[in-house]
Design a binder for this molecule. Structure first.
Ligand SMILES: [Zn+2]
Length: 446
């Protein structure tokens, strides 16, 4: 019996029975960053033109384990020793054991060598044929994922297996287009300029005013809506700026004057971003009312700017828009209270079980426990607005491991609730299905 299997065998009968019940449960995966095959091929070719191969640091990098690019198996094994105990490494070790039968209690150079060859072998055919069979097989057969929402570059999801892979429209760069880029390469990093060049055949020098920029933004949003592929909008700006979006000035000319001049300071950039955030929300609330996935929690930690509570003005101003708050807003630990009082939000714990299983379990338990004061709304009870799983990984092995940790956290949370008399034994499976499947399916209408 392998290492993690043995650990499970030593758990309580409640744990083991629910683990078995959840083995084949259908899952909606709210958030992934799977690389395209082209991106993998490019990486492997950068290493060695004659014998292209993906390296250990590149594999790990896609599931949040960062080690030095240069080195050999011995050095990497030593460096990985520093990662012992992290959720990220545990997720990876579980995946290697379950998917490939490669067991590791300690990481040795030999382990890494075997791991690398197993991964390369698993993806070899897809590399040759530019297909995604391995990814699709793991999602479908090993994870029982019915749909996974991909947050990749706009339209890149079209390469991934359909219809299992759906897409989030990642458009936070709309908030940062204060200056028209000087060249085409710089413009590719901003969805508005990308859209103007690629889909509208507009020259960058013809974008002169804030009005031009807003017009293209609307065209882009219309394009995303018409494509019917995007189940939600994804905004990830909390790494660059606070999540507080105050009301833009009544006099728009103040923003118009900022456009296409080098900003004096980051406050000006944020002011422009505030304006565009309200602009996009106003347009989508009228013409394309999809949920917003918002990165909250771990990001800019210096000043608390990444705390989801900063978004409250938007929750109030746009009551018809649904905001799906990512990563359990960790470490601010206030989602239970927020869902108790604010109706148009959901708690999405994607990535959190791998960041810290302890934090994930505590957050999830709270979300099961708390009731609410917003009962005029449909599905107002917080556990009806909680999504547990998204791997947030660039490689499917990382997602697989994260799912196993999410299930482990879920079972421990339910067992705790059962032992304290919060739920009956018969409630456990229903609540598990609620957060793994029913809620995300309803919220994203997939
Ligand atoms: Zn992510």
């Amino acid at each position: 019996m392998s290492y993690f299997e043995k650990l499970r065998e030593s758990e309580s009968s409640f744990y083991r029975a629910l683990w078995d019940d959840l083995k084949d449960i259908k899952v909606i995966d709210t958030h992934e960053h799977f690389d395209t095959i082209e991106a993998w091929i490019e990486k492997s070719q950068n290493n060695n033109k004659k014998d292209p191969k993906i390296t250990i640091p590149q594999i790990f990098e896609r599931s949040y384990i960062h080690i030095k690019e240069d080195g050999n198996y011995k050095q990497w094994a030593k460096e990985l020793g520093q990662h012992r105990g992290t959720g990220y490494l545990r997720a990876w070790l579980i995946a290697m054991e379950d998917l490939y039968g490669l067991e590791a209690q300690t990481i040795t150079p030999k382990y890494l060598e075997s791991m690398e060859s197993l991964i390369i072998h698993a993806y070899a055919e897809d590399f040759d044929n530019k297909t995604y069979n391995h990814l699709e097989k793991v999602l479908k057969n090993n994870m029982k994922v019915e749909k996974a929402i991909l947050n990749v570059g706009l339209d890149l999801h079209k390469d991934h297996p359909q219809p299992i892979c759906q897409a989030a429209a990642g458009i936070p760069s709309i908030l940062e287009g204060i200056q028209v880029p000087r060249n085409i390469n710089m413009a590719k990093g901003n969805v508005v300029f990308w859209y103007a060049m690629e889909k509208m055949d507009t020259n960058l020098e013809d974008i002169k005013t804030l009005d031009d920029y807003c017009d293209i933004t609307i065209k882009l949003l219309e394009y995303l809506r018409e494509s019917n592929d995007y189940v939600c909008i994804k905004m990830q700006m909390a790494y660059n700026r606070p999540l507080w979006f105050p009301e833009p000035p009544d006099d728009e000319s103040e923003i118009a004057r900022l456009f296409n001049k080098p900003p004096d300071n980051e406050k000006q950039l944020w002011k422009f971003g505030d304006y565009m955030m309200h602009f996009v929300l106003e347009w989508t609330s009228l013409y394309w009312r999809v949920p917003y996935q918002l990165h909250t929690g771990l990001a800019r930690m210096f000043d608390g700017g990444s705390n989801a509570l900063n978004l409250s003005h938007l929750f109030q101003k746009f009551p018809d828009v649904h905001f799906d708050l990512f990563h359990g807003n960790y470490p601010y630990n206030n989602l239970g209270g927020m869902l108790h009082q604010i109706p148009n939000i959901s708690a999405d714990l994607c990535w959190l079980p791998a960041i810290s299983p302890t934090a994930a379990q505590r957050t999830l338990t709270e979300l099961f426990e708390v009731g609410d004061m917003v009962s005029a709304w449909p599905y107002h009870v917080p556990s009806m607005r909680t999504c547990l799983y998204g791997g947030d990984s660039g490689i499917v092995e990382g997602s697989y491991g994260a799912l196993q940790i999410a299930k482990d956290v879920l079972i421990r949370s339910l067992e705790d609730l059962y032992e304290r008399g919060h739920i009956l034994k018969t409630d456990a499976f229903d609540l598990a299905k609620r957060v793994l499947y029913d809620n995300p399916k309803r919220i994203f209408q997939i």
